[in-house]
Design a protein around this ligand. Structure first.
Ligand SMILES: [Zn+2]
Length: 412
């Protein structure tokens, strides 16, 4: 039996720094999917894995993989994404990719040869520049021709043109589906991107699932009128209605026992200081890890909005723009991570992921789970994004322990 492998924190840090040399600017880290920096960082990461002797390849979505262990047969996959949002942070995605390779390096160092191969994965376009999670959706067979042909970024650039512009064939996205059973499990380490672990003083989060999202567009229609001549009691003020609806949100959450409702985008008409607002169009995002709670919040929000609208003499229309159901991670993998955390005396707590990740997409292909490490002040998608290295080491050690255990048994 080989000596136990351990994470080399300095080596991990150096790898993360190497990744973050691509797309670094004064405003943050810029590697949007299929940008020049995103293409270049994949070459860098592929070269790193080649130097480690892994079998490196890319699929049609431009996700990069490095295989460690037997050349054939189903694999255990570990990784995250290398792309960033515009002016993003140094840890979102990149950390999970770097940790996966560091785990393999640590295993190689002590001479561990896995019975089941480990594939380090750097997925493509996870941040949704083109509206999806392209790399993991391609693997899971969730990309449709219609979506591929119509996906555009915020500037109207088509995904197919962005890929062709980088010398890639967009058609290959559709043929990058991994056969069922070819990936036994998927593990992703990621920063929490929220404040819970830091508040609890716990280094490791084990998400049992990721929240679903109901996206509503609400319109309150009143009467635009003069701000001086229209008496208060005779108004049909769309903003006053919106404000009262917003004030009711905390009570709705309390009543349901959990959940989050956000009004993040508001448009008033005519949006003029001297005019009573005649119309308010606003977004409502409902999130929770439990579908029943989401449904309750959706129903109760509509009821409250109707009462408020009536009181303010406003017309109300609620349009459901999209619904993404919550995803539960694989209970067996979550339990395995919990067991390994306990065995290595690493502090860990179960939680729900409030953000979307490749791992939830991968659940439609194979059992998947995640490891979260704390985000300072809960900040992410900004250059201030930071995680303490002492916490990262604990998360990486847990990933290593899980990969050693999962890859030790040959798969049949
Ligand atoms: Zn991410």
């Amino acid at each position: 039996m080989a000596t136990a492998p351990t994470i080399n924190s300095g080596r991990l840090r150096q790898l993360l720094d190497g990744i973050n040399r691509f797309g670094a600017s004064a405003g943050g880290f810029n590697r949007p999917g299929f940008s020049d920096a995103d293409m270049a960082v994949r070459d860098f990461f592929a070269a790193e894995m080649e130097r480690d002797g892994l079998v490196v390849f890319r699929d049609g979505a431009n996700s990069v993989f490095g295989r460690f262990g037997p050349a054939d047969g189903p694999c255990i996959m570990a990784g995250s994404h290398l792309d960033t949002v515009v002016d993003g942070g140094a840890f979102d995605g990149a950390l999970g990719v770097a940790v996966a390779l560091e785990c393999v390096r640590a295993m190689k160092e002590v001479g561990i040869v896995p019975a089941t191969p480990i594939e380090v994965a750097a997925t493509s376009e996870e941040e949704g520049r083109f509206g999806g999670m392209l790399g993991s959706q391609a693997m899971a067979g969730l990309v449709t021709r219609e979506w591929l042909d119509t996906a555009v970024d915020a500037d109207g650039l088509r995904l197919t043109d962005a890929m062709a512009g980088q010398g890639l064939n967009p058609e290959s996205v559709l043929t990058s589906v991994r056969p069922r059973g070819s990936v036994k499990s998927f593990l992703e380490l990621h920063i929490e991107q929220g404040p819970v672990l830091e508040r609890e003083g716990i280094a490791i989060g084990l998400p049992t699932g990721a929240t679903g999202i109901i996206n509503l567009q609400v319109t309150l229609s009143g009467v635009a009128n003069h701000s001086g001549t229209t008496p208060m009691e005779m108004r049909a003020d769309a903003f006053a209605g919106l404000a009262e609806i917003a004030v009711n949100i905390p009570a709705l959450i309390e009543e349901a026992g959990s959940g989050r409702i956000t009004i993040g985008k508001v448009e008033l008409q005519p949006n003029h200081p001297h005019t009573v607002p005649g119309e308010a169009v606003f977004s409502v995002i409902i999130r929770d890890g439990d579908e029943a709670v989401m449904d309750t919040l959706n129903r109760r929000f509509a009821e409250v909005a109707a009462v408020v609208a009536k009181r303010h003499r406003l017309g109300l229309s609620i349009e459901q723009m999209s619904v993404i159901p919550p995803v539960g991670f694989d209970p067996g993998l979550v339990a395995l991570l919990e067991e390994e955390a306990a065995r290595f005396e690493l502090p860990a707590m179960r939680m729900i992921s409030g953000a979307g990740h490749d791992a939830q997409t991968m659940m439609s292909l194979c059992p998947s789970a995640m490891i979260f490490v704390p985000s300072r002040d809960g900040i992410s998608h900004a250059p201030q994004e930071f995680s303490e290295w002492s916490d990262i080491e604990k998360g990486a050690e847990l990933m290593l322990a899980a990969l050693v255990r999962l890859s030790a048994q040959p798969t049949i």
